[in-house]
Each structure stands twice: as C-alpha cells, then as structure tokens.
Design a binder for this molecule. Sequence first.
Ligand SMILES: Nc1nc2c(c(=O)[nH]1)N[C@H]1C(S)=C(S)[C@@H](COP(=O)(O)O)O[C@H]1N2
Ligand SMILES: [Mo]
Length: 430
Amino acid sequence: MSNHEKKGGQVPQPDLSRRRFLGAAGAGAAVAASGGVAFAQGKPDPLITEIQDWNRYLGDSVAAHPYGKPSKFEAHVVRRDVEWLTASRESSINFTPIHALDGIITPNGVCFERHHGGAPEIDPSKHRLMINGLVDKPLVFTMEDLKRFPGRTNKIFFLECAANGGMEWKGAQLNGCQFTHGMIHNVMYTGIPLKVLLDEAGVKTNGKWVMPEGADSAAMTRSIPIEKAMKDCMVVWAMNGEALRQEQGYPLRIVVPGWEGNMWVKWLRRLEVGDQPWHHREETSKYTDLLADGRARRFTWIMDAKSIVTNPSPQAPLKSKGPNVLSGLAWSGRGTITRVDVTIDGGKNWVAARLDGPVLPLSLTRFYADIEWDGREMLIQSRAMDDTGYLQPTKDELRKVRGVNSIYHNNGIQTWLVRANGETENVEIS
Ligand SMILES: Nc1nc2c(c(=O)[nH]1)N[C@H]1C(S)=C(S)[C@@H](COP(=O)(O)O)O[C@H]1N2
Ligand SMILES: [Mo]
C-alpha cells in the first residue's frame, strides 16, 4: 500500500500555515491562494488525466549518456559574457548563472571563467610543479607525485574575482545578478595543503613570500604572504569530485581561501619563495584601487562580506502573486556568515532571512525568506554580516571612502525593483 492510499486517496496539499510571511510593503492582508489548483474547481487537466508519451514508451538506455548533461529543458542555465567588456574573448570573463542555481555548490560546467591569455590544454603527464627560491631543497613534482603525497584533503571555498560588481561603481548598469554578481563559484576542492609541500622543500628563515606562476600564455603571477600560504592555501587537482575543468586550471591550481580570485593561479607550474613581494603587473597596474585623492589601495586581498538576492532578479522575474520564495547567496572572505537581513521596501523594514544548508567559513551560504507578494512594487535588498561583526555596507557608504575610480572590491548592497507585473530591474536608491 502506498502512502497516499493509506491517507484515503487525498492529493497532498502544501501546508501554508507553516510558512512565515513577510507583509509586502505596507500591505496588511495575506493572500489566501497558493500554487496548486484544487481538484474540484477546475476542468480536468489532461496532464493528469491523459497518459503522456514519456509515461508510455521506454526511456533512454544506460549507454545513451556516458557523461551526463543537464536536461535539454535546462539549456538556458549557461555561462554568459558581456561583449563590450573586453576586446578579446581569450582575455576575458564569463559569468556564473547564479539566478538559475540553488544550494551552495556550483556545478562544474557553469563555474565562471576568467583568463588573461586563454585556457590552455595541458597534458597532465607533461605537467610539472616546481618549488624553488628560498628553500633548503628545490623540488619538482609530477601529477602522480602529488597524488601519492600524504596529507590529501577536501575543502569547500568560494572564489570571487575582485572585479565582481566592478561595472556598478558609478551606478546601476547590468540587468541581472549573473552579470552584477556572477564572477563567483563555490566548489569542493581536493588537493594538498600548500604548507605540506612547502615544509617538504623547507622554507628558509628569510622566506616571507610565495609566488605562484601559471603555465598559460599569461604566465600569471601574484605575491602571497608566507603566513597565508602556511595557513590554509591548497594545491588542488579536483573540483566537486572530478578533475579540474580545463577552464579552472587543469591539471593543477592554487586555492587561496577568502582572497581575491586573481591570486588563485591556474595551470600552476611553479611556486617561488622570496623575501619580498614581486610587485608584478597583477598587483600594481591591476587589482589595486585608485582612491579619489589619487592614492591607490594595494594588496587588498580579502573579499569582504557580501550578499545578493538571486531570486527574484532581472533574469528571474516573479511570476505569481501570493507566496514566493526569496532566495540568495551570502559570503565573506573573513569567516562565516552569521546573519542575512532582507528588505522588500527599500530598507524601511528588515527581516532576518533563514540560512539554509551547510553554513561554512569562506564558502557561499544560501538564504531564503518566504514572502507574500500582493502585486505592489517592491525594492528588494539583502545585507550580510560575518562572524567578525562586519556588516555589508551600502554602495553610497562605500563610495564615501573609496570614490568611484575603483573597479575592484565593490561589496555594496544591491537593490532590485520588482514591478507590479513581476519584472525586475537593477536600480539604486539613496
Ligand atoms: N594562470 C592563470 N591563473 C589565473 C588567471 C589567469 O589568467 N591565468 N586568472 C585569475 C583571475 S583574474 C581569476 S578571477 C581567477 C578565475 O578563476 P576561474 O576561471 O576558475 O573562475 O583565476 C585567476 N587565475
Ligand atoms: Mo579576477
């Protein structure tokens, strides 16, 4: 006997009494109707009363999909780029479709890509990692050596490009959280703590900085302080249980938890230990923040707390009045998200959202707020707090201290305007 037979053949209905509603801006009355159409009210629904083809005929064989892909009905869930952003597609960026994902793990096929010289195809049997500079014993590893090395570990971290939101400094511009906040992904990495490899090489007492170098045509390099290298950096070959994707650095990349994505060198071929930073291109002319008075902030490594409502958003408008699930992501490069507040009236009233799923340090955190929409315009925002007590600032608060010359480190509060027809737009309020 199946479950619903035991209950006397009743169609299960959603239990709305358990939902926590937020009154829409100034609106009192709750709307009674919910998603399901009551059986007795409507005319018979052929999708219930008639057997469909997929119910009648055999499905695909187990040999049809040796490597599974999403359903063809999910073909819109893809990375997208913005054509005017850079001159060349090889030195460019695309964006994670965060408006179309849920939970906290980014599927490998839609992790945003940023590369300065294209994504090279590297034969792992010909890939080497060298550790040299101020070490007792310079070392060269093959991929096989690394996979045999004791100390392998798995950790979930977000990677955010410091330029995420960079096009929004002077005002609302791009219509979709994929474009305003999609330079981010969050996966589980498999690899070896960098400390284990550095200890094997033996860092000399004057070794204070580590420089990872990429094997791509851009040969990306950055300077990482030895304290960070020893604390939680990793050298990894897998993401979400499978080998790194070519775009994400196959066969090897460095992971620099909570710090700007630019430092996470892909196609990692060398780690040099030095006694001072190298002041290379990516930490002088790029990835610095020009202030209003002409000085520039440098070595701004940590990604401050930030959050974004992914649903509703311009690419994911509201479709029905009544109950709706407001959803979003929060993260902090300083630690763990402790609270996310949401507002639907442009900041007059704030309510604590529900943090759901694993809440991990230096990882994306999923939040939900179950709202009741009466069809009025809403101004939706979210603001995150982390366990250092840091509260995500408004965009105007940021501009007061940083000016508007910056590209990087824009973690200001985002506003979405939801119109009466459910369409949603990127706006700013002051
Ligand atoms: N070797 C190499 N590593 C690199 C880059 C690059 O161009 N070459 N781009 C960096 C930048 S700017 C970012 S934001 C991240 C992006 O990582 P992803 O492509 O996995 O999203 O990789 C970093 N590592
Ligand atoms: Mo980046």
